[in-house]
Design a binder for this molecule. Structure first.
Ligand SMILES: Cc1cc2nc3c(=O)[nH]c(=O)nc-3n(C[C@H](O)[C@H](O)[C@H](O)COP(=O)(O)OP(=O)(O)OC[C@H]3O[C@@H](n4cnc5c(N)ncnc54)[C@H](O)[C@@H]3O)c2cc1C
Length: 303
């Protein structure tokens, strides 16, 4: 292990896995090796870790459920932080919750259903964690997480814990803006409703998802954002790429804005497909597609 990383992990209490394959932390099941993946035990552990990161100038990356990430085959240097122990849901009042970043969205949905709270149903088929959903401003057409987030708590790179109001977070279409650091959680404003009403809303949304998305293979959700007035999936379909395959990666036959891993895909295969789709749409339709999924990490041996 790199000497700086070794030093900064000296007093770390949580689990630290060296030379860890990142594919198992992403919904696409691809990605090279991380120098180290760490699981801070609690806030004190995380604050000390951040001090070490700063002192030893080690790069870091926070990974949520990895459902919006394409990690290149060369993996990641430095420290990958996973908030598996930050899973508290706290009721502030009848319809306001503070939820930690490591909470998986389906678990939060189950909680709100049991508590008869409405407002988060649109997240029911998004397989992310709360931190990742806030960072990405996750949503569906007409509804996104910034509609229900009141404020966000962040551990800054300088080691301060700050609460950031919705306005300062500059939420936009699948984006937000925060100072460098680790999102610890967010305050959500919901409403009380009957359990039946919440259940119905979730059932309708889940049915639609199952009908339109290729959920039987590993994927990363929408690859591209929809350009204003268009649907990225329709554009990719119109340029004739539905079902097109490179290596083990395929543009889904069911929804052309999804790329699926048929079992043996590398990040290189997926990235080549993304480039191909972007190029063809630009050449034939005159539209530049912007990525919704994030490509990170170091280049590997693309095939
Ligand atoms: C089948 C499928 C369907 C999907 N459908 C939708 C959809 O309908 N709408 C939608 O918006 N998205 C959708 N997605 C994409 C994805 O689920 C969302 O973007 C989700 O919010 C990402 O959360 P995550 O925890 O997986 O974040 P990750 O993918 O792990 O990370 C995303 C970004 O957030 C940052 N991040 C994560 N946690 C923290 C933290 N604690 N502090 C600081 N930064 C952090 C990461 O560094 C990274 O930059 C879908 C994905 C799949 C696989």
């Amino acid at each position: 292990m790199n000497h700086a990383i070794e030093l900064l992990l000296k007093d770390f209490k949580g689990k630290a896995l060296q030379n860890e394959p990142l594919g198992k932390y992403t919904s696409l099941k691809v990605g090279g090796i991380a120098d180290v993946v760490v699981f801070p035990l609690n806030l004190t552990d995380l604050i000390q870790l951040m001090e070490g990161i700063r002192k030893h100038k080690v790069p870091f990356f926070v990974i949520g459920a990895g459902s919006n990430l394409i990690i290149r085959d060369g993996g990641m240097r430095g420290i990958v932080i996973k908030l598996s122990h930050f899973t508290r849901i706290e009721k502030i009042d009848a319809a306001t919750l503070f939820v930690e970043s490591g909470v998986f969205l389906p678990r939060l949905l189950k909680y709100t259903l049991e508590a008869s709270l409405t407002g988060l149903e649109f997240l029911c088929s998004i397989p992310g964690n709360v931190g990742g959903a806030i960072k990405m401003n996750a949503g569906i057409p007409g509804r996104e997480i910034s509609d229900v987030v009141e404020s966000v708590r962040l551990l800054t790179y300088q080691g301060e814990i700050v609460d950031i109001g919705k306005k300062e977070a500059c939420f936009g279409y699948r984006r937000s803006k925060f100072p460098k650091g680790v999102l610890l959680g967010g305050v959500f404003n919901l409403q009380q409703a009957s359990r039946h009403e919440v259940q119905e809303k979730i059932a309708v949304l889940l049915k639609k998802r199952r009908e339109t998305q290729p959920l039987s293979h590993p994927n990363v959700g929408s690859i591209f954002k929809n350009p204003p007035g268009h649907y990225a999936g329709r554009l990719i379909e119109e340029v004739g790429l539905k079902g097109f395959q490179i290596g083990g990666a395929q543009i889904s036959e069911k929804h052309a804005n999804f790329i699926i891993n048929k079992g043996s895909a590398t990040a290189g295969d997926i990235i080549q497909l993304i480039k191909k789709a972007g190029r063809e749409v630009e050449d034939k339709k005159g539209l530049v597609l912007e990525l919704e999924a994030k490509i990170i990490g170091e280049n590997g041996s693309d095939r």
